[in-house]
Design a binder for this molecule. Structure first.
Ligand code: AHN
Ligand code: ZN
Length: 325
């Protein structure tokens, strides 16, 4: 009798503990569900991005001081407006290394402009006047179409604009199309990124800053590889980590390779140095340190553009943008 009673007590106690711990577990899960706000990350549409790349290339080479350049600038500003961004145009004359005065236009699309917490995304929208890396010397004086070198980054950004219009991220976003990047002299670092230099010294909003910046450069080639660029690693290593980790989490590790690439003078150099915004460069760099194979050749056309790469870069950026609090 006594033993039976003890056993009964023991079982009751055990049941009480189990039910108690169940309760604790259930309520714990509930708390977690309500506090850990599940971020819904939009799906980047690579076909859409591809069309935005093609639309730019269809204007022809977007060399400053040409009608194609003017027409494409108008197209980009109209697209940002259509996607609900506050558009700012910066018109300025910039002096190129060879003395040419470039009628330049930086185009900025801002979302949630009153938010102090911001991310800036950059790409250059002009294309190079000279295919001076072409294997055929006869092409060295011809302009390039810049499907990858220029249009790819802008195309990805326009699709991001379309996505942001449909679902607002927590931070304010600035999509910045920089002009006159590619009018440079290969031997002179400061002759490149003229639009970026102008913007970094005269931002579209007085006292502008951002938590970080991301520059896109040649992000559309088939099987493109992106490595940690040297200047980005020096100035914004945590942003490199953030982006490459986001890519890995989406299974894009074959594009975003966790290796050091070379050091490149590009728009982000001036954004880091003059605007002091920690900014990385996502730039196509091969294992041997070379750029995209058709870089500054007349073959930088739509044939070199692959939707899958645009998609990998675009989805990675959305992952980064929408996870930022
Ligand atoms: C230099 O060649 C010094 N920088 C390369 C920047 C660039 C040009 N990216 C695309 N086109
Ligand atoms: Zn270039």
């Amino acid at each position: 009798m006594k033993r039976k009673y003890t056993l009964f007590l023991l079982i009751s106690l055990l049941l009480a503990i189990v039910s108690c711990s169940n309760k604790a577990k259930t309520s714990g899960e509930n708390t977690e569900n309500t506090t850990k706000a599940t971020v819904n990350i939009p799906n980047f549409n690579a076909d859409s991005a591809y069309q935005y790349v093609k639309a730019q290339v269809d204007f022809g080479p977007r060399v400053p001081n040409t009608t194609a350049h003017v027409a494409c600038g108008n197209y980009l500003a109209a697209m940002l407006a259509q996607f609900g961004a506050t558009v700012t145009n910066q018109y300025t004359n910039l002096s190129a290394f060879n003395g040419t005065l470039l009628k330049a236009r930086n185009i900025i699309g801002s979302y949630n402009p009153e938010n102090k917490k911001r991310i800036a995304i950059f790409s250059h929208w002009d294309s190079r006047p000279w295919a001076d890396a072409d294997p055929n010397k006869k092409n060295h004086q011809k302009p390039i179409l810049g499907a990858n070198d220029g249009a790819s980054g802008v195309g990805v950004m326009l699709e991001i604009a379309r996505q942001i219009q449909q679902q607002k991220p927590e931070l304010g976003i600035d999509l910045i199309f920089l002009d006159a990047e590619d009018y440079g002299d290969p031997g002179t670092d400061e002759s490149w990124g003229l639009g970026a230099q102008y913007w970094a010294r005269n931002p579209h909003v007085e006292g502008y800053t951002a938590r970080f910046g991301i520059l896109l450069d040649m992000v559309g080639a088939k099987n493109a590889t992106f490595r940690y660029e040297g200047y980005s690693q020096e100035k914004a290593p945590n942003i490199n980590q953030k982006v490459w980790n986001a890519a890995a989490s989406l299974d894009y590790g074959r594009y975003f390779i966790k290796e050091e690439g070379g050091r490149v003078t590009d728009d982000h150099t001036f954004i880091n140095d003059f605007a002091h915004i920690p900014t990385i460069d996502i730039i196509h760099t091969e294992a041997n340190g070379e750029f995209y194979k058709n870089w500054h050749t007349i073959k930088d056309d739509m044939e070199g553009i692959d939707r899958a790469t645009l998609g990998a870069v675009g989805q990675t950026l959305l992952q980064v943008i929408y996870n930022e609090k």
